[in-house]
Write a protein that binds this ligand. Sequence first.
Ligand code: FVH
Length: 289
Amino acid sequence: MAETMKTPVTILGLGAMGRALATAFLKAGVPTTVWNRTPRKDTELLAAGAVSTTTIAEAIDAEGLIIAVLLDHASVHATLDPVADRLAGRQLLNLTSTAPDEARELAAWAAEHDCDYLDGGIMAVPPMIGQPGASILYSGSRAIFDSHREILESIAAAEYFGDDAGLASTYDFALLAAMYAMFGGFLHGAAMMRSVGVPAADFGRRAAAWVSAMAQSLPHQGAVIDTATYTDPIQSIAFHKAALDAITRASRAAHVTPDFVAPLKTLLDRQVADGRGALGFERTFEEIL
Ligand code: FVH
């Protein structure tokens, strides 16, 4: 029996991520049209079966789901504004990283042009696309998500959060905030370890195991925050302040500037000064609101 034809996609933007997505779609048998602002980024994709277009108008007029994978919010408008009148009745998935309000603005802009809009936050780097471990968070048009779920699952695990187009981006940026704090902490620790001659790669292996173990406490910390039960803690603000003070002294002694740990220390110091030292560490959440 002949295989059912999969819904075609058109990818706008052939940077590292656009090329990875196009490759994964082609591998999954999804007819794929591509466009990029500057030429010659499509060579490997053409060999893999993609159809290349030279103008954005041709790309938009190709059948199926339009997927923007551009640098930022401004580049989405720079690309789509000139062809806005061709978007009526079409479906647009924006996988460009945009702030929540930028995603909402794009959804409203698309609606003005009678175009359905789904936003996505990619939780993966290009080599992960099409592999286990990659995920994409979606919000906005449920109709787009539901009708294309099968092909979306071929690039990454797909999860839909709701019709607010800014939701996926909020999840994306919140997860990235946690990731960057972890990366910063790793750089700080690696600098301390260099002062005693330990290579950063060795420390990286040890830090990965430690951070993974500590991450298991995050759902519990979240429950403490949600119920605001900061009294009778497992470990108090004062306890963690003492730890941060000691880390700061040890860092200075190792000639490592404590810039990565300083923001958290400031928040703990302030709460102790305000007489809240006996409360749980999670109360620090209230300090940043
Ligand atoms: N790469 C990654 O690890 C991350 C993972 C999480 C999600 N991000 C976001 O995905 C978007 C695209 O990222 P990318 O890795 O493909 O980025 P680049 O390789 O830098 O390619 C950028 C493409 O955007 C085009 N572009 C830039 N400015 C304009 C413009 N004004 N008009 C039209 N197109 C524009 C650029 O075209 P060109 O320079 O080749 O002509 C590339 O196609 C991004 O939001 C990440 O945050 C990836």
